[in-house]
Write a protein that binds this ligand. Structure first.
Ligand SMILES: NC(=O)C1=CN([C@@H]2O[C@H](COP(=O)(O)OP(=O)(O)OC[C@H]3O[C@@H](n4cnc5c(N)ncnc54)[C@H](O)[C@@H]3O)[C@@H](O)[C@H]2O)C=CC1
Ligand SMILES: O=C(O)[C@H]1O[C@H](OP(=O)(O)OP(=O)(O)OC[C@H]2O[C@@H](n3ccc(=O)[nH]c3=O)[C@H](O)[C@@H]2O)[C@H](O)[C@@H](O)[C@@H]1O
Length: 428
């Protein structure tokens, strides 16, 4: 089957390569010359473990080719996956401009029957809008079928997640599209849920919001555990062993970030408001999340005598989590903004992310340079390499041996034995 992927970001590139692996011919369409130039050369323009090897192999074998020619790409392909961004509007709702542009282009250029699949995360009712946008641009009516097929991969483990999904959701009203989609996913060994487009769109938001809820729950509980001198990691372990609860997404930290949880939780809250059915649980999830970086700032202030004016703070890690260079809605960046607002002098390090210097903010190449002279060190991202640092050699470089572990990733006993003062998020 000839597959067109529209939007070659994290989702589009990964999806396209997965279909190459399944033996299909794939076209990747994007409008961004910089991204296309890299992808055509078999180079990934973002950091995602394992993906570049697959990309270079399939580019070399001509199983995938990249283009910005929308007209030709639409005409030549049978199944079109929409994988463009759906960023957050100021009111929290999802911006569908990119999806609409793609749908209208498909309508304008389609010359024969197509299956149009939305992989982007889109609000309930978007499949109906896509139908309207496509048919609104058709010069003569040509049959097409719309499918909602949300994606559940995580950045940092995109390939593994996309190759081994827990489930595949297919939402369509069309019998023909249902058959084609099932055929397309026939080599996947996971349950396939066939439903209508609205339920499919809701499943995606409900899943992300539920995971965000688990994180905010454990983070708020961690504050109580801190007050009661309880190790929240032990609580997570203890409750996570109950199969009804499960162990995942119960790591307390600086709150959830990334390009999806903050955006998707807010979009669902907005949908609920529009329907007059507010989701008060999710509203609390957002409030708890916003407070979490401030919680660690308060701990630093307390240790450093009440304020951060001209205090030298080192922050290790900038991405929203380990194994990605994505800094969208990164809790670490939120923490840094707050440190700067409180007039601290901040030095930062990250293994892959580069950020521009600002007054009172400088990025350094090595951890040693970053922590030199620091009065406190914050772990902002849980990169594995920070776990195995020679902490014993770092301590003498610092002005005060204070560690604030925003990710509860360090071995508390190990660093305190070296002589560090250590505070995590209820990591007692
Ligand atoms: N990043 C992730 O881990 C996941 C993202 N999603 C959802 O998937 C969607 C895409 O996310 P990302 O891949 O992160 O987005 P992204 O922002 O990395 O990539 C989107 C791409 O679409 C391109 N684009 C925009 N308009 C276009 C057009 N008219 N024609 C061709 N290309 C166009 C952009 O140039 C960009 O390269 C979003 O709705 C997101 O919520 C879902 C699951 C996981
Ligand atoms: O819709 C999406 O885009 C994707 O959003 C998330 O994936 P992702 O944002 O890549 O990252 P996660 O691993 O889910 O982490 C999100 C945030 O939560 C934080 N987190 C995660 C787990 C945890 O226990 N505690 C915690 O604070 C992470 O550090 C990170 O900031 C979902 O896990 C994916 O299933 C989904 O497809």
């Amino acid at each position: 089957m000839k597959i067109l992927i529209v939007g070659t970001g994290y989702v589009g590139t990964t999806t396209g390569l997965i279909f190459c692996e399944m033996g299909h011919q794939v076209t990747g369409l994007d409008l961004d010359d910089h991204k296309l130039q890299a992808l055509k050369a078999g180079k990934l323009y973002f950091y995602e473990p394992g993906l570049e090897e697959l990309l270079s192999r399939h580019v070399a074998a001509k199983n995938i080719y990249f283009t910005k020619n929308t007209k030709k790409a639409v005409k030549e392909n049978d199944i079109i996956f929409i994988c463009v961004g759906t960023p957050m509007e100021t009111d929290g709702s999802a911006n569908l401009t990119y999806v609409k542009n793609v749908a209208e282009s498909i309508g304008k250029y389609m010359n024969k029957s197509k299956i149009i699949v939305t992989k982007s995360t889109v609000p309930v009712g978007t499949a109906e809008l896509v139908e309207k946008w496509v048919s609104g641009k058709q010069a003569t009516p040509i049959r097409f079928d719309v499918v909602s097929n949300p994606e559940f991969l995580r950045e940092g483990s995109a390939l593994q997640d996309a190759l081994n999904p827990d489930r595949i959701i297919i939402g369509t009203k069309s019998e023909k599209a249902r058959k084609i989609m099932k055929e397309l996913y026939k080599d996947f060994h996971c349950p396939i849920v066939i439903t209508n487009p609205k339920a499919s769109e809701m499943i995606k938001y409900a899943a992300n919001s539920f995971l965000a809820m688990k994180i905010s729950y454990i983070n708020e509980l961690a504050r109580l555990c801190d007050a009661l001198n309880i190790n929240v990691n032990e609580v997570s372990k203890g409750i996570g062993l109950d199969t009804r609860i499960g162990p995942q997404f119960l790591r307390a930290g600086m709150g959830y970030g990334g390009s999806c949880f903050p955006k998707d939780v807010n979009a669902l809250i907005q949908t609920a408001k529009e329907q007059g059915k507010p989701l008060s649980i999710l509203e609390s999830v957002v409030k708890v999340n916003e407070k979490q970086p401030i919680y660690i700032i308060e701990k630093i202030k307390q240790a450093l005598g009440g304020n951060l004016i001209n205090k030298k703070i080192a922050v290790l890690g900038l991405s929203f989590k380990a194994n990605t260079d994505d800094t969208r809605e990164s809790p670490s960046l939120r923490l840094i903004d707050r440190l700067l607002a409180e007039q601290a002098q901040v030095k930062v390090h990250d293994p892959v992310v580069k950020i521009a210097a600002r007054p009172s903010l400088v990025q350094l190449q090595s951890v040693e340079e970053t922590v030199a002279g620091a009065e406190a060190l914050v772990i902002g991202t849980d990169w594995d390499e920070y776990k195995v640092l020679e902490w014993v050699n770092l301590k003498p470089l610092m002005a005060h041996p204070y560690i604030f572990d925003g990710r509860n990733m360090l071995d508390k006993r190990m660093v305190t034995n070296i002589g560090f003062y250590y505070e995590g998020i209820a990591n007692h």
